[in-house]
Write a protein that binds this ligand. Structure first.
Ligand code: 6PG
Length: 482
């Protein structure tokens, strides 16, 4: 019997995806560069299953049904290229290579194009949900060669997470690197959600002086509101977790955050496309700032910094904090979807935003009830430019605004760093201001560099230069925007 799909890479994600595929009745051929891992897998987790081992790429290819589907679950970057180079000569036209790693989407664009010349289809897919997701139902975001989708669809949709209504959290995202792009934005949003939660935690702990039991309870309570999500749920668990000596383990963890790059790529992409993705970018910088541990320790001593206690009714503050978190989260997703729209237009991907929200509804790290509402918003209006304008989300923003301002102002007064919560509010203030001070900025640019400006009393597209000092010339520099 031949295999339905081959998987290369037997680290935890690869193994768990294979076991998941096997559970759903697919025959999987498993390969790993260090072949002893194949034996260990077959004798261990894959014992008494239909999983077949392959000790070389030739054997893997030989054991697969046509069109062959080979999924790489290896480290993103040069390792993927190396496997593609070895695999391609062994494959036939119409066969499919799938990359399930956290690849930067321009690499996927390149691979789709170069394999197309050889008649081989390539899919770059986001897979989210960590070890457990891979084993029991991840969110899967495939994009690449559309011809490959019908062959892969039954496998991916079977193994993916399902919404409460039974819909698979997996659908075709779009051409080229669209799947990896959407996974990248997912991860950026993941960074933002996590940072917002940590800001609320610091406000509770250092501002309000809450105990870990109280904080655990608060996050559990929040999980029963619109904030219901995997990340809020695990935060409650983490805050309740005790180390061997009975004290909260979280306080023994060094406060320097790591990162593998997907949040950074999201920020870089936003800068490239000119989208004000402030919240996710702040969350990346917050991780960078956290990494400067020694400098921060020295600076705290030098500046005599101390966070002021926040006085007043704790329950009232906690409710305000919940509203600030919820409203900020809306801004983060609104910005993320703005970025996706711009990238979709730029690359001709025709992303379906309702479908993206559906794919994130279950299985992935940012899964939440909230994504169901986002899906409804884009299904109702696929052209929605700003998520906050959807009636449901606008209602929340309106209701939360006063509490959000109160928390943001208090954080600044008390010295509690809340870059994402405050910048989200600043973004909304900017976005809802018809006239910003950029007129002055344009005047400055024209003053020192003859960069020209447009006028409110003349049609757009007419450019003017003023000789501001009387000593400058009348010659304007060329007008172009990047
Ligand atoms: C997922 C996650 C995952 C990511 C980790 C680590 O969707 O399952 O996004 O893909 O690799 O969250 O990311 P950082 O190391 O950058 O925090």
């Amino acid at each position: 019997m031949k295999g339905d799909i081959g998987v290369i890479g037997l680290a935890v994600m690869g193994q768990n995806l294979i076991l998941n595929m096997n559970d759903h009745g697919f025959t999987v051929v498993a390969h790993n560069r260090t072949t002893s891992k194949v034996d260990e897998f077959l004798a261990g987790p894959a014992k008494d299953t239909n999983i077949i081992g392959a000790y070389s790429l030739e054997e893997l290819v030989e054991k697969l049904e046509k069109p062959r589907k080979v999924m790489l679950m290896v480290r993103a970057g040069s390792v993927v290229d190396a496997f593609i180079d070895q695999l391609a000569p062994l494959l036939d036209e119409g066969d499919i290579i799938i990359d399930g790693g956290n690849t930067n989407y321009p690499d996927t664009n390149r691979r789709v194009a170069s394999l197309k010349e050889k008649g081989i289809h390539f899919i770059g897919t986001g897979v989210s949900g960590g070890e457990e997701g891979a084993r029991f139902g991840p969110s899967i975001m495939p994009g690449g060669s559309p011809q490959a989708w019908p062959a892969v669809k039954p496998i991916f949709q079977a193994i993916s997470a399902k919404t409460d209504a039974g819909e698979p959290c997996c659908d075709w995202v779009g051409n080229d690197g669209a799947g990896h792009f959407v996974k990248m934005v997912h991860n950026g949003i993941e960074y933002g959600d996590m940072q917002l939660i940590t800001e609320a935690y610091q406000f509770m702990k250092d501002g309000l002086g809450l105990s870990h039991e109280e904080m655990q309870q608060t996050f559990s309570d929040w999980n029963k509101t619109e904030l219901n999500s995997y990340l809020i749920e695990i935060t409650a668990d983490i805050l309740g977790y005790k180390d061997e000596d009975g004290s909260p383990l979280v306080e023994k963890i060094l406060d320097t955050a790591g990162q593998k790059g997907t949040g950074k790529w999201t920020g870089i992409n936003a800068l490239d496309l000119g989208i004000p993705l402030t919240l996710i970018s702040e969350s990346v910088f917050a991780r960078c700032l956290s990494a400067l541990k020694e400098q921060r320790v020295a600076a705290e001593a030098q500046f005599g910094k101390a966070i002021e206690k926040v006085s007043g009714d704790k329950q009232e503050w906690l409710d305000a904090l919940r509203q600030a978190l919820l409203a900020s989260k809306i801004i983060s997703y609104a910005q993320g979807f703005m970025l996706m729209r711009e990238a979709s237009d730029e690359n001709g991907w025709e992303l379906n935003y309702g479908n993206v929200a559906l794919m994130w509804r279950g299985g992935c790290i940012i899964r939440s009830a909230f994504l169901g509402n986002i899906r409804d918003a884009y299904d109702a209006n696929p052209e929605l430019a700003f998520l906050g304008s959807d009636p449901y989300f606008k209602g929340i923003l309106d209701n939360c605004l006063a509490a959000w301002r109160k928390v943001a102002a208090k954080s600044l007064e008390a010295g509690i760093p809340m870059p994402c919560t405050t910048s989200a509010l600043t973004f909304l203030d900017g976005y809802t201001t018809a006239r910003l001070p950029a007129n002055l900025l344009q005047a400055q640019r024209d003053y020192f560099g003859a960069h020209t400006y447009e006028r409110v009393d003349r049609p757009r597209g007419e450019f003017f230069h003023t000789n501001w000092t009387g000593t400058g010339g009348d010659t304007a520099s060329t007008t172009y925007d990047v």
